[in-house]
Design a protein around this ligand. Structure first.
Ligand SMILES: [Zn+2]
Ligand SMILES: [Zn+2]
Ligand SMILES: [Zn+2]
Length: 294
């Protein structure tokens, strides 16, 4: 399984348009991108691939990174930064199955799958398929499971991807606070590679109107407001899940410039191979394997 991080930023991305903060300036100077969230997963045995979330930056992501267009897509939730790239499918795909959860969201009165069907009913080449959360389905020869996470007020899902041939396992937290239900944590457990929402460092919680939540024993907030994990929360979750390699994603330009590009914060274009025995980083000369969650 080859995993490419196409989009590692939050909803405005880094650099953010019109922003001259030190972090955005540094990203521009160094040519670093954190575009809106998307992950490309390739089954190298079958030459098929799955796209997790349809970023508004879809076009630029596929121009910038040498990965094939996907054979299928999965949508975690209906926020702009995860869904609204689906319009890019127009005249690009002959056929694109999109998989999403089937449970009705009390907030919208429809499921994630139904919202996608309604918003994109003009795309004849896109078919939307209902998925039951916590039940695994096979897509492109890989086993996928959507796991409910906590991203109020909308329903949102993390994702577990297992290669049934090798046992390689990728877990994504999805957009979520630290308050992930136990059943979901059990499914996410022991991944070779864990991609965790870490929108800002815990120290920035005092800038959120609701402050932080889900404090640890030392009083450090593991959630920023109610919708996302702090860096500290994401790392605590990675630790609890026993992740082998962790990359922090969905990060905002609010990280101070001296922390924004430190490990283990991901940037666009990172690529990993999961072969069931470990994780190899493919986009840099230095291969890494083993416990590198620091
Ligand atoms: Zn900025
Ligand atoms: Zn979201
Ligand atoms: Zn998001």
């Amino acid at each position: 399984m080859r995993v490419t991080l196409l989009g590692t930023g939050d909803t405005t991305g880094t650099p953010t348009v019109g922003c001259d903060c030190a972090t955005c300036a540094d990203a521009r100077a160094r040519g670093i991108e954190r575009s809106r969230f998307s992950v490309h997963i390739e089954n190298e045995r079958t030459d098929e691939s799955i796209l997790v979330d349809l970023s508004p930056d879809f076009r630029q992501q596929f121009l910038s990174h040498a990965v094939p267009l996907p054979d299928a897509a999965v949508v975690t939730h209906i926020h702009f930064d995860h869904l609204d790239g689906l319009g890019n499918a127009y005249r690009v795909f002959d056929d694109l199955p999109v998989y999403a959860a089937n449970g009705v969201d009390p907030e919208t009165g429809e499921s994630v799958a139904e919202t996608i069907r309604r918003k994109y009913d003009y795309l004849d080449r896109v078919s939307v398929h209902d998925v039951t959360p916590l039940a695994s389905i096979e897509i492109c020869g890989l086993e996928l499971t959507l796991v409910p996470v906590e991203h109020p007020p909308l329903l949102c899902f993390g994702l577990v991807v297992v290669d049934p041939e090798t046992g390689a396992k990728l877990s994504l937290s999805g957009d979520t606070s630290y308050d992930i239900p136990v059943d979901s944590r059990d499914r996410l457990r022991d991944p070779d590679l864990f991609l965790a929402d870490a929108i800002v460092p815990a120290a920035l919680c005092d800038r959120h109107p609701l402050g932080g939540s889900h404090h640890d024993a030392d009083g450090v907030p593991r959630s920023f407001g109610t919708k996302h994990m702090t860096r500290e929360g994401a790392l605590a979750l990675a630790d609890e899940l026993g992740a082998n390699v962790t990359r922090l994603v969905h990060t905002a330009h609010y990280y101070p410039a001296d922390e924004a590009f430190e490990e283990p914060l991901a940037v666009d274009g990172e690529q990993y191979r999961l072969d069931g025995t470990g994780v190899t980083r493919l986009d840099t000369a230095t291969a890494e394997s083993g416990p590198t969650t620091d």
